[in-house]
Design a binder for this molecule. Structure first.
Ligand SMILES: Nc1ncnc2c1ncn2[C@@H]1O[C@H](COP(=O)(O)OP(=O)(O)O)[C@@H](O)[C@H]1O
Ligand SMILES: O=C(CO)[C@@H](O)[C@H](O)COP(=O)(O)O
Length: 499
């Protein structure tokens, strides 16, 4: 039997899947790492921790592997998007990576609009300037840490750095490059116009490859430490949402994905780059050939639940914390939650907004709060579904992946709030599976990613919307939507009191 490995460098952990030629997950390893949050709005990670935990995870995997290491033919990567990893001329890391959920760059977003023009930026990159994207982070370092920036010779994104450390070869691929705000998405080329307008040396931008391109093999050193064969082919991989889409079979028009990891994403396949969403949703290159996707992003989806667990139930597992939510009625007995713990992206691009519980009553128990958190996260994702439906898309079936797809009550809640059929696949690890599929396709096992999906992806269970609950959620959703406007001003007044 032959195998491939998919490495998903998430925000909470690196998840590594060993997948056989039939798409069965033979082994699975997860290794976590912390977020570094020095002050409000900041979110960083140490790239060395990604490398150490990936190498440790691969070593664990190989320790338990009973076959010949040469049978593991390929490895590829999926990674949290947008995070800035600045490298010097020896490709040493210059500072901690500034992540996708770091929102310190509101001033730099304005600078980009002033220099490039809002409409021109949308024409070139198909996206607006958002704090989470990479370009504003580059400008922030340039302005606030000029000594460090002076030493920078290039930048990469999180999984590109890990891949570099495993192969010694430095690249970026299109699906992740699209999230930098420096790529001309239609032309698949770095935008010299944007670099020039912002006085950035275009040489900073690394060489571009396709997600399924073979970029090298595992170095002798890494082979020795992990037990992998130095012959293992390494394929570039993709942005975690592009890989999540591949690993969920989102490979043709009309297919929709909901991913609840640290962030939350509603993603729709696009066969062309010519739709006009006016920047309301992100529009990026897919990891499958000549394709694109649009998506709306909730910054704190799974992160809201993790935050609640860390603060109020740190000793419990997610399973324990969620055990009673099925006994709480729709609407959590009058309690609503908005998941704006670190600001928001879709539909409110607002770095200053923060979360609220509305309607707290003396009768509320912990389980009401837990259900309200899940409902708030799901309402927030429903805002993106709303945008897609208003643009004319039909959304009646959604594949759900990520940590949030581990809980059955939450999957049913998604069906009721989205008023759509929810599909759970045999593995909820879409990005890791997508990365493995890129390796399988790259190895030549299949003629296309679709052929690979046909063999690899199996539906495990379907959740149909309950009519009564869906109706109640429609009413509650309109109340939920009011909370943003009602709390925006209050949050702005509280800004100066934050850490
Ligand atoms: N058993 C569970 N039930 C519901 N949600 C869970 C469970 N386990 C983890 N999660 C959620 O999944 C999130 C992590 O999902 P994951 O897809 O691994 O994220 P990432 O790719 O960002 O690292 C956590 O933030 C947590 O809220
Ligand atoms: O910023 C985005 C997408 O634009 C996030 O979706 C990141 O890509 C992080 O993903 P997870 O760690 O939540 O999977």
């Amino acid at each position: 039997m032959k195998y491939v490995i998919g490495v998903d460098l998430g925000t909470s952990a690196v998840k590594i899947l060993l997948v056989n030629q039939h798409g069965e997950v033979a082994q699975e390893v997860s290794k976590s790492y912390p977020l570094i949050q020095e002050k409000t709005g900041y979110s960083e990670q140490n790239p060395q921790e990604w490398v150490d935990q990936t190498v440790a995870g691969l070593s664990d995997l190989l320790l338990d592997f009973k076959g010949n290491r040469e049978d593991i033919q390929g490895i590829s990567f999926s990674g949290q998007m947008h995070g800035l990893v600045l490298l010097d001329e020896d490709h040493e890391v210059l500072r901690h990576a500034i992540l996708w959920n770091d929102t310190r760059t509101t001033a730099e977003c304005k600078e980009i609009y002033d220099a490039v023009g809002k409409d021109r930026l949308l024409e070139l990159t198909k996206n607006p300037a958002l704090e989470g994207f990479t370009l504003p982070k580059i400008l922030w370092v340039k302005k606030h840490e000029s000594a460090i920036f002076g030493k920078a010779s290039t930048f990469v994104l999180p999984k590109d750095y890990v891949r570099y450390k495993l192969t010694g070869k430095l690249h970026m691929e299109y699906s992740d490059a699209a999230g930098t705000l420096l790529l001309n998405v239609s032309e698949k080329a770095w935008s010299k116009e944007i670099c020039d307008a912002l006085d950035l040396n275009p040489e900073l931008c690394p060489p571009l490859v396709e997600s399924y391109d073979e970029v090298g093999t595992i170095t002798e050193d890494i082979a020795e430490i992990t037990g992998l064969s130095p012959e293992t082919s390494v394929f570039a991989g993709g942005a975690d949402n592009a890989c999540g889409a591949i690993g969920s079979g989102i490979l043709e028009d009309g297919k929709t994905l909901c991913s609840i990891g640290t962030s939350g994403v509603v993603l729709s396949y696009e066969s062309s780059d010519d739709k006009d969403f006016g920047g309301k949703v992100h529009y990026f290159n897919h990891s499958s050939p000549e394709a694109f996707y649009t998506m709306g992003v909730t910054l704190s989806a799974g992160y809201s639940l993790t935050w609640f667990k860390d603060v109020f139930a740190s000793e419990e597992t997610f399973e324990d914390l969620l055990v009673d939510i099925g006994s709480v009625p729709v609407g959590s007995n009058g309690l609503l939650f908005t998941p704006y713990l670190v600001g928001e992206r879709t539909p409110h691009a607002d770095a200053a907004i923060r979360a609220s519980f509305i309607g707290v009553d003396s009768s509320h128990e912990r389980k009401d709060f837990v259900r309200a958190v899940l409902e708030g996260i799901t309402f927030s994702l429903n805002e993106s579904i709303d945008i897609f439906r208003q643009s004319g898309k039909t959304i009646n079936t959604i594949v759900s992946i990520g940590g949030g797809a581990k809980n059955e009550d939450w999957l049913q809640m998604q069906a009721d709030i989205f008023d759509a059929k929810i599909i759970r696949l045999a593995s909820e690890q879409g990005p890791g599976m997508g990365a493995a599929m890129l390796a399988a396709y790259g190895c030549g096992w299949f003629a296309s990613l679709q052929a690979c999906a046909d063999e690899f992806l199996k539906v495990d269970k379907e959740y149909l919307p309950n009519k009564d609950k869906a109706e109640k959620y429609k009413e509650l959703f309109t109340i939920y939507q009011e909370i943003y406007e009602q709390t925006k001003g209050l949050n702005n007044k509280l800004l100066e009191y934050r850490k």
